[in-house]
Ligand binder design. Structure first.
Ligand SMILES: [Zn+2]
Length: 269
């Protein structure tokens, strides 16, 4: 009798300890979902099978003893705690990967002006389909044009690898150009350069000088033709200048965007 009572008491204490563990796990889970995962805009974690308890029958060894219910419930709760811990560890693994990616992403994605701001001579030649002021024909402009003196340094706008350098043709096309692969689906192109200062396969960091402004290829005056590609499709590079300016400045630049183009129409950009 005394032995049974002793065991009962021990199980009660054990249940208390399991309950406290659950409270800690709940708190951890809450913080994980509300703070850490929301920080990375991750979905709240749900792993199949984690939440479903096994049936009571699963834990039963026999109904004949007065303490059978108690033993089964202790086992069930312990089992639940184990699975919750597993869920948390999976979530932490995932978050660790995400934070690593976030860091790399923020330095890789194009985010600065490709030339010094002070070197820009007039408004930026806008991206997109527009009427050519001289030829009076619609052209599809895949990047933006920034007029600047020949020799003005050109910066890599994000960390990446030089995917391609090309001298191009003399009177048409991109002329001397550099293409950077930034990873995460992003590439940038810098065209009409007078000088290329990098080699294919070379790693570059944001702000590193990769070449100089020029007037090569189908260009009518010294300028940088700058493109941003996402998943191999051109996007408006203006949207990737944010690191260097506030909203008001960005608005001003967009307003000042001009229809002037510096490329010859016959150039097949
Ligand atoms: Zn252009």
């Amino acid at each position: 009798m005394r032995e049974t009572d002793y065991l009962f008491e021990q199980y009660r204490l054990l249940d208390g300890a399991i309950e406290a563990t659950h409270a800690t796990l709940d708190e951890l889970h809450h913080r994980d979902n509300r703070v850490y995962r929301s920080l990375f805009a991750a979905d709240t974690i749900a792993i199949e099978g984690i939440y479903t308890d096994y049936s009571d029958q699963f834990y039963r060894y026999g109904d004949e003893f007065p303490y059978s219910d108690m033993v089964a419930s202790s086992w069930r709760e312990l089992d639940r705690a184990g699975r919750m811990l597993y869920r948390q560890s999976v979530s932490l693994d995932e978050l660790q990967l995400m934070s690593k990616d976030k860091e790399q992403m923020s330095v890789a994605i194009p985010a600065i002006w490709p030339i010094p701001k002070s070197a820009l001579k007039s408004g930026i030649g806008a991206y997109g389909r527009r009427l050519h002021p001289i030829y009076k024909r619609y052209i599809d402009h895949k990047g933006i044009d920034m007029a600047a003196k020949t020799g003005t340094p050109i910066y890599a706008t994000g960390n990446g690898t030089i995917e391609m350098t090309d001298v191009g043709r003399r009177r048409s096309g991109y002329g001397q150009q550099v293409l950077i692969d930034h990873g995460f689906g992003y590439q940038t192109r810098y065209a009409h350069l007078s000088k290329i200062l990098v080699e294919e396969g070379q790693q570059v960091v944001r702000g590193e000088v990769i070449g100089e402004v020029g007037n090569t290829g189908g260009s009518t005056g010294p300028h940088l033709h700058y493109e941003v590609l996402y998943m191999k499709r051109n996007v408006d590079p203006i949207n990737y200048f944010r690191r260097d300016m506030d909203e008001a400045e960005l608005e001003r630049i967009i307003e000042q965007a001009v229809t002037t183009t510096f490329e010859r129409l016959e150039s097949n950009e």
